[in-house]
Design a protein around this ligand. Sequence first.
Ligand SMILES: Cc1cc2nc3c(=O)[nH]c(=O)nc-3n(C[C@H](O)[C@H](O)[C@H](O)COP(=O)(O)O)c2cc1C
Length: 192
Amino acid sequence: MEFKELLEKRFSSRTYTSRRVSEEAIEEILLAIESAPSAGNLQSYRVVIVRDVELRQKLAEASRNQLWMVKAPIHLVFFADIDQYQSKFAEHLIEVTPLQDATIAMAYAQLAAANLGLGTCWVASHAWDTAQEILELEGNLILAGILAVGYTNENQGKRKRRGPEHWAIEISIVEEEDEEDESVSDNGEMDV
Ligand SMILES: Cc1cc2nc3c(=O)[nH]c(=O)nc-3n(C[C@H](O)[C@H](O)[C@H](O)COP(=O)(O)O)c2cc1C
């Protein structure tokens, strides 16, 4: 699918069929996540693939009782992994950056799923204080969100948006001549 077409086709679906989502489809989604940028290339997130219906029920209840979620045969649960981030950046903004990594990963997963013809809906981290316990996970994790994934019969397409005239701010700048920046190494990382 062309990227533009993908952007037009993706929408949040809150109804799902019982059709199984294959392991191959999940693999593709995980590969897309892997290609996402992350701070220090640390991939400071964990993604939990939940098929179990009882766990889906618990996650839905913990997400302010959004019971439509249970019908989605897969929940991908995204956590920021604080320990992974701190393995390199102990002194940095420890919560914000891993949450950004996890959020970007989730956006990549959502587009990859749409590209496979799957419906998705992003569910906010309402279950921030319970998701880790429900999934019995160890570690220093913060819930970034839950992605409901499955096949849908809905054909909503792109919803109406507030256009860029409402949120894009253009600042006039005087263009400078391109100069080789010696503080950036060949692999694109800052020399610090
Ligand atoms: C951070 C975030 C949290 C969201 N939380 C929920 C949610 O808890 N429940 C829900 O039904 N939709 C949720 N959504 C989906 C939005 O409602 C949806 O993306 C928005 O209305 C635009 O519609 P579209 O995704 O079809 O383009 C969330 C989306 C984002 C990005």
